[in-house]
Design a protein around this ligand. Sequence first.
Ligand code: NCD
Length: 326
Amino acid sequence: MANNSNISRHLPFGEKRDSRFYGQHILTVAQFDKTDLATIFEVAQEMRAMVQRVGSFDLLKGKVLTNLFYEPSTRTSSSFAAAMQRLGGSVIQINNVQFSSVSKGESLPDTIRTLEAYSDAIVLRHPERGSADTAARYARKPIINAGDGPGEHPTQALLDTFTIREELGQLDGLTVTLVGDLKHGRTVHSLVQLLALHNVRLNYVSPESLRLPAALQAQLAAAGVEQRQQPDLAAVLPETDVLYVTRVQKERFTDMAEYERIQGSYVINAALLRSARERMIVMHPLPRVGEIDMEVDNDPRAAYFRQMEYGMFVRMALLALVLGKA
Ligand code: NCD
């Protein structure tokens, strides 16, 4: 894992310091190797067991997390808040930046400097690619990237990978079909890099203009990942183990007519899933805006609501590891 040495100089007293996650920023999935994933998932499983047994416990009592969201969020923001609270910590929630000094023109570095004075870690979502790295350059406390524009969404990719493991047992040997906005989808950009640590085959199903960025495809090819553009979703469904569906990212479009033209290109419904395997899963980072018909929700292969639940356990694990109590 990349060493954020500016952080490690500021160890508070009384923390457990042997975790290689302790005090580290979480900015990109590129900082993780397979050993890191195994550690995070092991702790996430412990968190799940503890939540089921006792609901919440005081591992991070006295710790304060700031949730700083410059873009809308339901799941990421509330699951981080729930994760922190279930570990006995508390949360400063800033999601209406128009009511903060950001609306007076305060810069991201100054906002970060302010909030880290009051808290032990900051979860940041921001519309600009690279914003989490910028924040981390100024921060002395850990920054957790919760989405930097069309860049990355590492904690989502961790929970997506955890979901696949929990649901299908392992990742090696799987065929993963990614559908939708592969160009702007930050969850996709992060997930494919974690999948590349495993022996997987990737199918890309998207409108021509929303293909996975060429640089990312080249990076995966160099890592030896088998990738195929697939114009026809129905044709690849029978060989698919994981169908990862995404929303066309409206907020990244400048031309709304183009968005309207493309939106709705792919819709997963019960009829389509008839040709899918019995043992496969349908995932979506959510929110969905019509890509998966509600009639699919009761299909046992529909994993997107379970995926969302796994998210809290993974975020509990990350908070415990980064704040040094795992
Ligand atoms: C995603 C995001 O914000 O990138 N949502 C999430 O965090 N679960 C996906 C999306 O907005 O389409």
